[in-house]
Design a protein around this ligand. Structure first.
Ligand code: HEC
Length: 103
């Protein structure tokens, strides 16, 4: 009985984690359009463009939404706003998983 219950709990946990966490492989695919500015593997070569590798997932998601909502100001933020507006929720989640995984 106990085994059965813990099995169910484990199953539910696995299910929710796949829904919540982004898909890294898809994130890598989607991130190709960011390479131009943020570099290969999220390692920027341009000083004013931040590197994205190893960025915390939640911070990444928060930053994208802040750009989308126009909460960040300045020319560079404007550049990022148009990028952020073109992303789906799914892509944002997947890229958050991908960039945070980079060392
Ligand atoms: C045309 C150049 C350009 C492209 C393409 C671009 N970015 Fe950016 N990105 C920037 C610049 C410039 C900043 C810094 C803006 C600022 O100062 O707020 C930035 C900032 C960010 C930040 C915030 C980083 C931090 O440390 O706060 C994230 C996250 C980000 N970009 C994600 C992406 C993603 C994901 C893509 C691809 C879909 C992308 N960017 C494509 C230029 C670009």
């Amino acid at each position: 009985m106990l085994k059965k219950i813990s099995g169910v709990i484990l199953g539910v946990l696995c299910l929710t984690s796949t829904v919540v966490a982004g898909d890294m492989e898809k994130g890598r695919e989607a991130a190709k359009r960011c390479i131009m500015c943020h570099g290969v593997n999220g390692e920027s070569r341009i000083r004013t463009y931040p590197s994205l590798k190893g960025m915390d997932e939640q911070k990444f998601i928060a930053a994208i939404y802040a750009y989308r909502n126009g909460e960040k100001e300045g020319n560079l933020a404007g550049m990022m706003r148009s990028q952020a507006l073109g992303l789906s929720e799914e892509e944002i989640k997947n890229m958050a998983a991908y960039f945070s995984s980079l060392k």
